[in-house]
Design a protein around this ligand. Structure first.
Ligand code: MG
Length: 298
């Protein structure tokens, strides 16, 4: 069995870290991830630099990384609006992602738009992205629970997923933004999503805030999901619970999958080197359990 891993550390992870990295540090980190065998990496976001300084220089970073890139590696950038899309095109992006949520209150608080408004907003640039043959990923946040509304209905998740499909996205990432999902819930929702989306387009994005991320990944895997988002070292933390874990750590997922005989194209030792590098740059212990378990990398 083979699984596709989407490394979100350089964007979803670093965006939520306090320290702002230099262009060179981000570049080095992503090069180490590529050396580890990662083929799908989200490298940055075209958002306002005064609001999210961690994502500054995304265009420059992307162009410099793409100079000597093998054809197998897909670097994607988050694009919140038409202006972001223009910048992504300027930087010659081949792959973009857009962001909405299954919870109305979360979307309002996060991007100041209703779900419907966010989808309308995508219509301003997704047709051109399709025309230019860009790969488009759609994120749906808060699919298993919302920090403001609590429970989120399966219907709400399926509804927004269907609308994103209609807009022509190539992959849908279903997120457990606050890390509240449980394996039974994952199995139930995933079965319905697989019918709607198919296993080639469906990704799961888990957070380990309450220690359930690996169990949820296993549940998704059993249900037939073959794409998972992970973050190097568990970068990013949880913006809704300061000090708690957020994104599931790449190395933890790789260790579990490889030991189970599930293949990825990523070398765990090399992935750990990338995580150790970024840990040193940030200057504190990252939450990844595998990373904490190793004394030295062979
Ligand atoms: Mg995340």
């Amino acid at each position: 069995m083979k699984v596709k891993i989407v490394e979100v550390g350089p964007r979803d992870g670093l965006q939520n870290e306090q320290k702002v990295l230099t262009l060179e540090q981000k570049k080095r980190f992503i090069e180490l991830l590529i050396q580890a065998g990662h083929e799908f990496i989200e490298v940055g976001a075209f958002v306002r630099e005064d609001k999210i300084p961690q994502m500054a220089n995304t265009g420059e970073l992307l162009m410099s990384l793409q100079k000597n890139l093998s054809g197998k590696v897909n670097l994607s950038v988050l694009v919140p609006n038409a202006k972001g899309f223009m910048l992504a095109q300027k930087a010659n992006a081949k792959s973009i992602s857009v962001f909405t949520a299954a919870s109305e209150t979360f979307n309002k608080n996060n991007i100041n738009a209703s779900i419907e408004e966010s989808l309308e907003n995508f219509k301003a640039f997704l047709p051109e992205a399709k025309k230019n043959k860009l790969f488009i990923r759609g994120y749906v946040s808060t699919c298993f629970g919302c920090p403001y509304e609590g429970k989120v209905s399966e219907k709400a998740v399926l509804n927004v997923t269907q609308k994103l499909l209609k807009l022509g996205v190539n992959e849908i990432s279903i997120g457990d933004t606050i890390g509240v999902a449980n394996p039974t819930q994952v199995k139930q929702l995933t079965k319905k999503l697989l019918k709607l989306v198919g296993h080639k387009k469906l990704a799961l994005h888990f957070h380990d805030t309450r220690g359930t991320a690996l169990a949820n990944i296993l549940s998704g895997l059993d249900a037939g999901v073959r794409i998972f988002d992970t973050s190097s070292g568990g970068l990013g933390g949880c913006p809704y619970a300061p000090g708690a874990s957020g994104n599931v750590a790449t190395e933890d997922v790789l260790y579990m999958l490889h030991e189970m005989g599930v293949k990825t194209k990523i070398d765990l030792n090399k992935a750990s080197r990338a995580a150790l590098y970024i840990q040193e740059v940030l200057g504190y212990k990252l939450p990844g359990k595998y990373l904490q378990s190793i004394k030295e990398i062979p």
